[in-house]
Ligand binder design. Sequence first.
Ligand code: T1G
Length: 699
Amino acid sequence: MTDTRALNDNISIEQSGDIALICINNPPVNASGLLVRQGLMAAITDLNATAEVKVIAIYAAGRTFVAGADIKEFGKPPVEPFLPDVFNAIEASSIPVISILHGTALGGGFELALATHARIGIEGLKVGLPEVNLGLLPGAGGTQRLPRLAGMAFTMDMALGGKPVNGATALEAGAIDRLVSGDPRKVALSAAQEVIDGTLPTRPTGSLAVEADPDLLEATANKLRMKQPHLYSPHKIVEAVAASVKPLEEGLQIERAAFLSCMDTPQRAGLIHAFFGERAVSNIPEAKGDTRDIAKVGIIGGGTMGSGIATACLLAGLPVRMIEVAQDGLDRGLATVTNNLEGAVKRGKLTEAKKDAALAAFQPSLMMEDLSDVDLVIEAVFESMDVKRDIFGKLDVICKEGAILASNTSYLDINDIAACTKRPQDVLGLHFFSPAHVMRLLEIVQGKDTAPDVLASGFAFAKRLKKVGVLAQVCDGFIGNRIMNHYAKAVGYLVLDGASPAEVDQALEGFGLAMGPHKVGDLAGLDIGWANRKRTADQRDPADRYATPHADRICEQGWFGRKTGTGYYDYSGDRPVPNPAALAIIDEIRSELGITPQAFSAEEIVERYITAMIVEAVRVVEDGTAKRPVDVDMVFLFGYGFPRFRGGPLHEADQIGIDTLIARIERYGTEDPRYWQVPALLRKMQEDGETFAGLNRKG
Ligand code: T1G
């Protein structure tokens, strides 16, 4: 006889003789929110008071076992019972408790399993401790119980890497006891019966000891100081895992203190903003609704971008036809695509078989007519409106009805391009970021006539390529490049006013950028920016204090950075060093402009850089080019290397505070009132006491 009763909306108990099943059901990912915690605590208490129950099995409904604590609760006042208390109650149960894991048992979900007395995985399982990705650490026993089952080294890898491992790896490490196939409830019943029969051993994890590994701890701490000086929680993870050699109760207290110290950091707020922001940008009406099928993609252009986009499509399982105007261009495109795919194999991201299948789905051609059957064309040729107009005029004739026509342009007006066709409703911008098969950002640029299903298809395509699609309206540079062009001037002003390129780079790398702007320019090629400046020379504001004469003059020497061996830095030695000839050009121009160079502290450099970025980011939200502040934040996290732990420029603006920002802009404005102006939206937000987080909530 089976007796089933719901303790609350998320937890039910099913009792069949001496077996009790606890089912967790909290869609979509069974996050351990308050009701889950309350229900589990009540279930364990009740069942321990039920004489005939000999074994308890915990499993979850839906697509996955518990995928962690409820991240939506973070930053709000904590409500008991706390997760560690629930798990300690489970471990202390006098009746054996086992857990059945399927899907992605992550964070608090994996910790729940570690607190049970045995763990059965179901094929396809992944387990992980991704808390470090949120600026946290496993705060419900993970740093204490996993070392007891799988050792310190395995725990350190899981908790510091934040990446899940599959069931077989977890089984081999001792983190789970079995890996079977079947339905979670049925596996729970059979495993519970094995406990009763004595064929499935159980024991409280806390009863196991941990072997100390001081060398590991020291090596890990040293590596973190080198590799992740900006982050806080990784160092606390080492501290917590080190405590696992102590009695469990003591170790859990040390873990709890470390967890709470991480919870208080701005990094936790920034990383959680990034987690939800990545999902929010496609959670908009424009990304919903009908879409057009995309089963075959045409790409025009076999250069770096065209080949990168082709690679991204092939990696997503989409056949690609690449068009070039000449055989050598086509050969280069094929070679780059092949090289990209081989790189993915080397990085372990792709099997040889999948690489071969991708290459088999790649069809190069010199005939644009071969695009007559594709569902989506992405033009990725030179940034010339004339060239693009010519191409889209031809595509209008060649492509089948309903085909989507996209441009990968970084700056140019999609409406002008669409006007070259009789089907402007089928045209949009799909702006990839180099390397296009690696960078996750995709700006989806909406033309004034773009049809709703075409726009929604852009978002579906982004998801298919595992890209972060962000809606942008037409303007010069859309969201990211428009903002970058603005703050790049502030960098130029800093250099001409007295800071060296290397000082600017060092200061911004200290802020958390992976690479300073001058190193980035040298890496990408200074000639790209030079070409853009020449393209927009007629739009240059003559009232600009000074544009970027030093950047142009460095390019005039033929110094384009790494690809020419010299740029802002000299790459002839075993490590890059500031290029003295570039510094001489900067000094020469300072003299020509009558500038007396001044010293800038790293803090001042960062403040000017981030304030300039924020000013233009506010304007981009103000005029509707970006839908919300979070959209701008995600553009910079996924396309421009903005430090993820800071959440993005406008999340950072909330940390700085609007009063401070306005005071800074007004102070800088005394030097250059044209460049430093307070956006109207910022003033209004100050008057209303509004924040960017508040604007995000209003949508
Ligand atoms: N809490 C709240 N909501 C969550 C969530 C979570 N942990 N995980 C996902 N969601 C929401 C997500 O926002 C989205 O909502 C929907 O579920 C589907 O997610 C004490 C403190 C599980 C691999 O970090 O990695 O435990 O947009 O679109 O692609 O030590 O979600 O539909 O409204 O991502 O299939 C640790 C985070 C927490 C796991 C599924 N756990 N989640 O991916 O779906 S901290 C995590 C994921 C913790 C303890 C500590 C993924 C996924 P909406 P999705 P998916």
